[in-house]
Design a protein around this ligand. Sequence first.
Ligand SMILES: Cc1cc2nc3c(=O)[nH]c(=O)nc-3n(C[C@H](O)[C@H](O)[C@H](O)COP(=O)(O)OP(=O)(O)OC[C@H]3O[C@@H](n4cnc5c(N)ncnc54)[C@H](O)[C@@H]3O)c2cc1C
Length: 184
Amino acid sequence: MSPEERLLNWVWYYDVPASSDSMHQIFTDIHGKTHHNTVLRGLVKPSVWLKHRALILPKITTPFRELLLGTPDPFVTKIRDAVCDETAAYLDGKAVLVGDAFVTLRPHIGAGTEQAAFHCLALEAVYDGQKSLHVWDREVRARAQLLGLLSILFKHMACMSVVPLLGSVCKLGGFWFTQRLGRR
Ligand SMILES: Cc1cc2nc3c(=O)[nH]c(=O)nc-3n(C[C@H](O)[C@H](O)[C@H](O)COP(=O)(O)OP(=O)(O)OC[C@H]3O[C@@H](n4cnc5c(N)ncnc54)[C@H](O)[C@@H]3O)c2cc1C
């Protein structure tokens, strides 16, 4: 692939109040259908994209301006933090949730693929009889929770939101403390 053909995968975080008019407009596609979570490329209303882009363009530096101007049809999606409840194992351990089905990480941390691979590789020890599914669940869950908390912390750092950042630091401290207690 020549440099001219390379694609850049970028994410723009944009806070929108839940259930607001703005949220409704963004998630209503060119056909008037309102989506719960994601509006795919080609379905985002150009007026919505142009409006939001126009708000940020005067505030960003040239390379980012170029990036936004070079993106005619983005997709939009809500960012969620989700870790599956209670157990990842079903049908007596014959079906195990891994990857995004187990935990959804925020995209800016860029760890979703690595995590999915880690879940699968770590299962080898379970099927070899070296550890139980319960122990596997506890280990991958703790790692997922840590990554989730870190990703939220990075978000607040990048957005320079001081109060939420302090909240994130406290949550991370609380997590570290409970993990330490659990090991005793
Ligand atoms: C735009 C974008 C950019 C990303 N960038 C990065 C990045 O830079 N770095 C990174 O680490 N991660 C990134 N991720 C996240 C990463 O892609 C996911 O975390 C990773 O693919 C999760 O792997 P998975 O196997 O759990 O799920 P998936 O890769 O989603 O695989 C699930 C598969 O199941 C199939 N499927 C769904 N339902 C059914 C069904 N009923 N029957 C049969 N098959 C079904 C789907 O078609 C799919 O092939 C990005 C994600 C997106 C959307």
